[in-house]
Design a protein around this ligand. Sequence first.
Ligand SMILES: [Zn+2]
Length: 62
Amino acid sequence: MIPVRCFTCGKVIAESWEEYKRRTGEGEDPATVLDDLKFVRYCCRRMFLAHVELVDTMAPYQ
Ligand SMILES: [Zn+2]
């Protein structure tokens, strides 16, 4: 599960996660999707990018 808010600035990120996951799953560049979703701060972008890596690592065990 992705955290509801960015740990650093408190911006809500959970509601954008499904769109991010869908669009990156369709082959879009994660940086472009984050720009579209208005996540301009590095602290928030890091939440998404770090979470993707975790999901990829965990997927075979789910
Ligand atoms: Zn943030």
